[in-house]
Design a protein around this ligand. Structure first.
Ligand code: SF4
Ligand code: SF4
Length: 426
């Protein structure tokens, strides 16, 4: 057992050392320990537990950096005055990094010396994942994603059954494996299992706007468990599946669905994970809908009279820059829209990103972190909340239910589909 644990430690240290790039060096040498990042993190503000401050979550890497790269740290190490990293340290940080960080990136926005703290936390997570210090639930879902192709065990048969329902409900056909289509749409596991209305809305909108599109039987799943667990190799394998599917169908553009981390995995990190550029473009569904709106290909009718607000999903808005598009889309169909405090790039996370929602052990902490979103919603006294990430939607539904708040959550794509002007534009 001792030997096995040493091997795990060795693996973890090897990854931490390999990940020690110039950004990490500049991070640890410029951090002035001001503590500003603490107030930006909902896991700290809602618990008041100093262990959840962003900077503390990077501690294993900082400790290694200090002992191997800083003058005084190296000296102290040589004199035997510092304790080296142990397996117990890695085990302790597993809970902090997996349960107490949603990879929301808010801390990176406030650091006065410009440190991308969440990037360093991800590197620590990567080291823990490779060393085998990851929550059981996430290990299982990641294994399912590799074996079955989907973290929730969704198969092609499940998708085909959903397609039948969608076709019956809409009277429209759902294109599958159409070579040479302009767009290839992906679905997240949540959209297949919990929110089939997303696909129904896509079918209606694309028919209305005359979009040439398809699903792929080989690559329909957008969820990337490799990114959630922090394993870059697995994240790359899952991205490669999408790339293979898109290349086979020779599509021009791949559409990332209403799922935040899928967008980060595919649009921003994917080429790094697989080590090459894509031969196609990637857009989030909101980017595409806004493009179609601007081209006059989406015409809407009627207005929502309810008091509505928009929850900005961290991976799409703060980390992905898709901030104007949801507002552009909401403006023509809402007459009583209100913004949350700190909306846009400084919005607060729902508490369930970065794999937290798939980690059962983190359930209570996630609900505590949700108190931030709860107070934002309560303050506005809204009738419903609109969002554009199925994970945020699920996490907020759970949080509102746990707090006995009966406020509906709506997907933005779905809302657009409900307001389509029946008169075709194409
Ligand atoms: S805000 Fe930046 S400088 Fe201040 S403690 Fe956090 S990481 Fe260090
Ligand atoms: S990425 Fe978000 S959840 Fe993680 S430490 Fe930073 S602010 Fe906190």
């Amino acid at each position: 057992m001792g030997e096995q644990m040493s091997e795990r430690l060795e693996k973890g240290l090897a990854v931490l050392r390999a990940e020690m790039d110039y950004k990490v060096h500049s991070f640890f040498s410029s951090c002035v320990n001001c503590g500003v990042c603490a107030e930006s993190c909902l896991f700290y503000t809602e618990t008041n537990d100093p262990r959840y401050t962003p900077i503390y979550k990077t501690e294993p890497m900082r400790k290694l950096w200090k002992s191997e790269y800083s003058f005084w740290g190296r000296l102290a190490s040589k004199l035997g005055m510092t304790k080296p990293l142990t397996e117990a340290d890695l085990a302790d940080w597993e809970e902090l990094v997996y349960d107490g960080c949603s990879m929301c990136g808010r801390c990176s926005m406030v650091c006065p010396v410009g440190v991308d703290i969440s990037m360093v936390i991800f590197k620590v997570k990567h080291a823990l994942a490779v060393a085998g210090f990851s929550p059981e639930g996430l290990v299982e879902t990641t294994q399912r994603a590799i074996d079955v192709g989907s973290p929730m065990g969704v198969t092609l048969k499940t998708v085909q059954a959903m397609i039948k329902h969608v076709e019956a409900n809409t009277g429209l056909s759902v294109p599958m494996d159409v070579e040479g289509a302009d767009y290839m749409a992906l679905l997240s596991s949540n959209e297949i299992a919990l929110y089939p209305e997303y696909l129904e809305s896509l079918v209606k909108i694309f028919d209305h706007a005359g979009v040439s599109w398809t699903l792929s039987s080989q690559a329909f799943e957008a969820t990337n468990s490799g990114l959630q667990i922090g394993n870059k190799k697995i994240a790359g394998q899952l991205v490669q599946r999408v790339v293979d599917g898109a290349e086979k169908l020779k599509v021009k553009t791949v559409i990332s669905p209403e799922c935040g981390h899928a967008y980060t995995a595919l649009r921003w990190e994917g080429p790094n994970f697989i080590g090459k550029a894509y031969p196609f473009r990637v857009v989030h569904i909101l980017e595409l809908l806004d493009e179609l709106r601007a081209q006059g290909r989406i015409k809407t009718t009627g207005m929502e009279t309810d008091r509505l607000t928009f929850h900005d999903p961290c991976s799409i808005v703060r980390r992905g820059g898709v901030q104007a598009q949801p507002r552009n889309l909401l403006e023509p169909i809402t007459e009583n829209f209100v913004e949350m405090a700190d909306h846009g790039s400084m919005n607060w996370c729902c508490g369930g990103g970065g794999g937290v929602s798939g980690n059962e052990r983190a359930h209570d902490l996630k609900l505590t972190a949700f108190n931030k979103k709860k107070s934002q919603i309560e303050e506005l006294k809204v009738d419903a909340v609109v969002t554009a990430c199925s994970n945020c939607r699920m996490v907020m539904e759970d949080g509102l239910e746990a707090n006995e708040m009966e406020i509906p959550l709506l997907g933005l794509t779905e809302l657009i589909a409900e307001h389509l002007d029946e008169k075709r534009t194409s």
